[in-house]
Write a protein that binds this ligand. Structure first.
Ligand code: SF4
Length: 226
């Protein structure tokens, strides 16, 4: 007799073959599935499925896929745009100058990037010359970010910059009008702010980013106290 995991795997393969994009589970079923293996293991499975990805043209110029890193059990996920030069060379998100600024921003609200957050990007390979990701590249890569978010199930998502914010909120409204308040992404609170690389070029905007950080801190505190 097949065991439960084999049966479940069979059902999921059928779902995948039928190209069904979303499946809704009640809370009881979600908790049961979460108990089968840890979030860390499920993220590792997504990474395995990504493999040596060639789903879009960015594979031709990348050095490393930058999958994401941090605490899989964190209630905060930070979503940037795409790996830059340093990230591409090291295979890790936010390790260049912008990453250092991001670390400082998090530490200003008493958060540590490895302990309190998970960090990833809309797309996982560096666009040549740090150009903006193109729609076909985002479309090819986004299912993997969505799978990561489905596993981590954060309480708050902070989008860093226009591309990440516009992609998840499916809008082209300028980030200057979207930041400073809480949005909803599939039942998760989404707080946009400026990308740290933009803040390095426009230090005058750090004051507004600080307001966004305080909003993130306040939101996390409220969620922790309920
Ligand atoms: S950007 Fe995403 S979809 Fe494109 S090759 Fe890299 S991992 Fe694959």
């Amino acid at each position: 007799m097949p065991n439960l995991l084999d049966e479940l795997k069979g059902h999921l393969e059928i779902v995948s073959l039928l190209n069904i994009k979303e499946v809704y589970l009640d809370d009881k079923t979600k908790k049961f599935l979460e108990g089968l293996c840890s979030k860390k293991e499920r993220l590792e499975e997504i990474r395995r499925r990504l493999g040596n990805c060639k789903r879009c043209k960015l594979h031709q110029t990348r050095h490393h896929i930058v999958f994401g890193e941090g605490n899989p059990n964190a209630i905060l996920v930070l979503v940037g745009e795409a790996p830059g030069r340093e990230e591409d060379l090291q295979g890790r998100p936010f390790v260049g100058a912008a990453g250092k600024l991001l670390d400082k921003m998090l530490s200003a609200i008493d958060l540590d990037r490895y302990k309190d957050a998970y960090i990833c990007n809309i797309i996982k390979c560096r666009p040549p010359g740090n150009r903006n990701p193109q729609p076909d590249e985002i479309e090819a890569c986004l299912p993997f970010l969505k799978a990561q978010l489905a596993v981590i199930c954060p309480k708050v998502i902070c989008t860093l910059g226009s591309i990440a914010t516009h992609t998840l909120l499916n809008t082209n409204v300028p980030i200057s009008r979207l930041r400073g308040r809480i949005h909803d992404w599939q039942g998760i609170k989404l707080i946009p702010t400026f990308h740290p690389a933009y803040l390095l070029r426009n230090p005058g905007q750090k004051r507004l980013a600080w307001e966004d950080l305080k909003l993130i801190k306040k939101t996390l505190q409220e969620l922790n106290s309920t």
